[in-house]
Design a binder for this molecule. Structure first.
Ligand SMILES: NC(=O)c1ccc[n+]([C@@H]2O[C@H](COP(=O)([O-])OP(=O)(O)OC[C@H]3O[C@@H](n4cnc5c(N)ncnc54)[C@H](O)[C@@H]3O)[C@@H](O)[C@H]2O)c1
Length: 249
């Protein structure tokens, strides 16, 4: 039997590089998947009766509340939540960062994780089980110059997830963090420094920083996410798992 048969899993950032791969692997493992993204276009090429796509802006609290209510009403259960949605920061020195940029990074990368987790836990508690996987970044462990606000937002994800794991353990709800290393998706280019900034941040620099010698592919990340959602990980909670080719060493 597949690892996730009959489980209902919500995935944010489902239309992005890592998100699409996670959605495909979840479906292959027998899950019913609800893909949440502000841009669900990429999901339309995946033909599977067990996939629902919902266009949603994760900055909008009311939409998040509604979408989780809809999921629970339709399926009568919510077994897993994977928070993959996120945005990059174009590398620049702190003296050039507007507070509005800081807030945007914190809102999408951290506050949205709080909101989706809050709504998911509401329904997971009903069944006394659930698994939440939040995608952070190896930059929390190994920061780079010029990405201070992005790194802070991902650090919040790590701290929040550990606190959530402890709080929800009595309800048999697990919460874990996956920290990817530099990954070969559209996002990578968005970390490049803006004009006039002397911060080197290109694909080559990222690839060379990985001891295993190449960028991380979405297909390197998805199996860890699947495992954390599965019953095989039933005693793993509050963990921080690096999928980074050794970048965190
Ligand atoms: N690519 C990397 O090098 C890298 C490295 C470490 C961690 N990460 C993290 O991995 C995750 C996935 O990154 P990716 O490389 O697949 O990036 P991506 O840009 O391909 O995907 C991100 C997705 O998030 C969605 N999103 C952004 N803002 C949203 C909003 N307000 N509402 C709803 N959806 C929104 C985007 O539409 C997009 O589909 C992110 O959290 C990222 O920070 C990426």
């Amino acid at each position: 039997m597949s690892q996730l048969t009959s489980k209902v899993i919500a995935v944010t950032g489902a239309g992005g590089g890592m998100g699409q791969q996670v959605v495909k692997d979840l479906l292959r493992n027998g899950a019913t998947v609800v893909g949440l993204d502000i841009n669900t276009e990429a999901l339309s090429s995946i033909e599977d009766k067990n996939l629902r796509s919902k266009n949603i802006d994760l900055l909008d609290e009311a939409s998040i509340v509604n979408v989780f209510k809809e999921i629970y009403e339709e399926f009568g259960r919510l077994d897993g939540l994977v928070n993959i949605a996120g945005i990059a920061q174009a590398a620049k020195s702190i003296t050039n960062v507007e507070v509005s940029e800081w807030h945007k990074l914190m809102d999408i990368n951290a506050t949205a994780v709080f909101l989706t987790s809050r709504e998911a836990v509401r329904y997971m508690k009903e069944k006394n089980q659930g698994s939440i996987v939040n995608v952070g970044s190896v930059s929390v462990t190994r920061p780079r110059p010029g990405l201070q606000s992005y790194v802070a937002s991902k650090g919040a994800v790590e701290a929040f997830t550990k606190a959530l794991a402890l709080e929800t353990a009595p309800f048999n709800i697990r919460a874990n963090v996956v920290h990817p290393g530099p990954a070969d998706t559209n996002m990578l280019g968005k970390f490049s420094a803006q004009e006039n900034e002397k911060i080197e941040m290109n694909k080559d620099v990222f690839a060379k920083s990985v001891p295993l010698g190449r960028l991380i592919e979405p297909s390197d990340i998805a199996p860890t996410v699947i495992h954390l959602l599965s019953d095989g990980a039933r005693m793993i909670t509050g963990s921080v798992i690096h999928v980074d080719g050794g970048r965190s060493i």
